[in-house]
Design a protein around this ligand. Structure first.
Ligand code: C5P
Length: 221
């Protein structure tokens, strides 16, 4: 039981919310700050892993000791990037809040206001579920998903665990201001296919990240 419990493991972490452009100046986004994913990446480095971080947040400080950081914006770019490193990964942590919907069309010029206020429609398409695709494709990889919910947290998380074929699901109540999106702290429940749920008490995201990866190291050992 030492600090280097993930040495020799290739860990891929996605972090932040994707942005789906409407036109050159507007996008559909979400409230994910990237802090939880960055905390997981940093904790994995500390535990000796070779870490690739796929991030939507170029303004955040780069965790020391990463093998590589790759910046993306859209769900499609995140999908392409995570797919390209999936085969070589031992552990994949999908902490990013990937857009579930994107504009049907990208308008190449800034959409102008009408002279008189009028209703406008924006048609959205559902994006492919990257985590579910990885769940189908995985061979040896240990796959971790996140579920941010505002109601029926455990029930929704349990459904995702099964439907997406993940090995560990981190369920996150984002209806409270002191935890989850944007906050420095988090309180989560860990769900696994065969074990009872385990709740981790409110703590700094760095502490939660280490606790999650300790569980992973135990399961890989
Ligand atoms: O179903 P939901 O989007 O809430 O699931 C959250 C989990 O699924 C997260 O781990 C997130 O990274 C992943 N996800 C994904 N592709 C999507 C939507 C979510 O990989 N299009």
């Amino acid at each position: 039981f030492g600090p280097q419990r993930l040495s020799g493991q290739n860990v891929v972490v996605t972090a932040g919310g994707t942005q789906e452009p409407i036109d050159p100046v507007r996008y559909i986004g979400n409230r994910s700050s990237g802090k939880m994913g960055y905390a997981v990446a940093q904790a994995a480095v500390t535990m000796g892993a070779k870490v690739i971080l796929i991030s939507t947040r170029p303004e955040l400080p780069v965790p020391a000791g990463l093998h590589k950081i790759i910046y993306v914006e859209t769900a499609a770019q995140l999908q392409g990037t995570v797919s390209s490193v999936f085969e070589g990964a031992d552990v994949v942590v999908m902490a990013a809040a990937v857009a579930d919907f994107k504009p049907d069309q990208y308008v190449t010029h800034k959409i102008k206001k009408k002279p008189h206020p009028t209703d406008m429609q924006l048609t959205l398409n559902q994006t492919p579920d990257i985590l579910a695709m990885l769940g189908q494709q995985k061979t040896h990889q240990f796959l971790i998903g996140f579920a941010a919910e505002t109601e029926d947290l455990l029930q929704n998380a349990q459904t995702k665990l099964t439907a997406k074929k993940v090995d560990l699901l981190v369920a996150n109540d984002v209806s409270q201001a002191d935890r989850g999106f944007g906050a420095d702290q988090n309180a989560v429940t860990l769900l696994r296919p065969t074990a009872a749920p385990e709740t981790l008490a409110l703590a700094d995201k760095s502490v939660i990240a280490t606790q999650i990866l300790e569980r992973v190291a135990n399961l890989l050992a």
